[in-house]
Design a protein around this ligand. Structure first.
Ligand SMILES: C[S@@+](CC[C@H](N)C(=O)[O-])C[C@H]1O[C@@H](n2cnc3c(N)ncnc32)[C@H](O)[C@@H]1O
Length: 345
């Protein structure tokens, strides 16, 4: 399919929209964080600064693709009682929405939830159903991305969308398997209207496993990309995480420059960078942290809390693969992948 325009909910600094731009598809993002919006405007990405809950498909009549990465705080505690409760609440609301229960009643009950952020994950489904019911113009493709704990929600959405005439696929993708110099797992859903079922993109690179050599493993895949491959630092270095690992808060996670980075979070500026013999080096700049997420080196990071903006984003290189798969296109070409290196050229 050839999309006309993407409306990207919870669009952040534009991880998905950078990829859309590189694929030649216009995108408009809805985002309420002023810092992320400052970056988006500096990057010339079309932006509506506001609350996703106050808008709907009729505000974006030209968009025929829906994308979104809703915030996930309530689910990242999955495994504990609150995460499980949030999940059960959301799954219950999915059923009510699909059954076309009164929207105002649903909205009232959503407002009663202990943590109002829980309901945000339902927004893409609300938009998808409203496009069908109010405008009789279903989105031609839908692309959603979140932390792995949200996969059960995407599975429920996939079932719901199938009942609405879509074909869908969802699962967990590992960013280093798509050439991102970082290990990060994401739950992704892609759906397309009609019977022609989309499939999640096929990995191009090998998975990273601590202690396993870069050139070992499946010969049909490329070795994973390292931090040194994308940063301009000439000498080897080690990144020492601000977090503990393996359940031990004192055992700081470490990654060498010839490995992919650990998951880039909003706290990346707290990570120490040292030489192999322990001498302190400059911590990562915003451009470097952005490059570990595969943003262009000259991406115009602006506004407040840039580290959080970077940590929140979907890596544009992963988004290139996911969008291409959603539209039924071949994998992004080498030229498109390379085009991610710069923004203003
Ligand atoms: C996980 S991030 C998404 C990042 C984005 N997909 C990207 O690739 O850059 C979630 C974003 O949702 C925004 N957000 C949270 N609640 C919102 C709301 N009600 N309306 C609009 N944006 C919201 C946050 O400010 C944050 O930037």
């Amino acid at each position: 399919m050839q999309p006309v325009k993407i409306v990207d909910l919870f669009a952040g600094p534009g991880g998905l929209d950078v990829a859309a731009e590189k694929l030649g598809i216009p995108a408009v993002g809805v985002e309420w964080d002023s810092g992320a919006c400052t970056t988006r405007r500096a990057a010339n990405l079309e932006t509506v600064e506001g609350d996703v809950r106050h808008y709907g498909p009729s505000n974006f009549p030209e968009a025929d693709v829906l994308a979104g990465g809703p915030p996930c705080q309530t689910f990242t505690v999955a495994g504990n009682g609150a995460g499980r409760k949030a999940l059960d609440d959301v799954l219950g609301f999915v059923k009510r929405m699909v059954a076309r229960e009164d929207r105002e009643l649903i909205a009232k009950d959503l407002a009663q939830l202990e943590d109002e952020r829980t309901g945000l994950v339902l927004e893409p489904l609300r938009w998808a159903l409203e496009a069908i019911d109010n405008d009789d113009r279903p989105y031609r493709a839908i692309v959603l991305e979140q932390v792995p704990a949200v996969l059960p929600v995407w599975e429920a959405f996939a079932e719901a969308l199938t009942g609405e005439g879509y074909s869908a696929d969802c699962g967990i993708l590992r960013t280093e398997e798509f050439g991102v110099p970082q290990t990060r797992k994401r739950a992704v859903l892609i759906a397309r209207i009609g019977k022609d079922a989309p499939s999640l993109p096929t990995p191009t690179h090998r998975p990273y496993r601590k202690g396993v050599a870069r050139d070992a493993g499946n010969p049909t895949r490329l070795p994973w990309t390292t931090m040194s491959d994308v940063l301009d630092r000439r000498s080897p270095f080690v990144v020492i995480s601000n977090y503990g690992t393996g359940g031990d808060p004192k055992a700081r996670g470490r990654r060498r420059s010839d490995e992919p980075s650990a998951t880039v979070t909003g706290k990346i500026s707290r990570n120490r960078v040292v030489t192999p013999d322990g001498t302190e080096l400059e911590r990562f700049t915003h451009s470097e942290a952005g490059r570990l997420q595969t943003f262009p080196a000259d991406y115009p990071w602006s506004g407040r809390d840039v580290a959080q903006q970077i940590g929140n984003a979907v890596p544009p290189r992963l988004a290139l693969h996911v969008l291409s798969a959603a539209f039924g296109w071949d994998q992004p070409s080498e030229a498109v992948l390379k085009s991610l290196r710069t923004w203003n050229d």
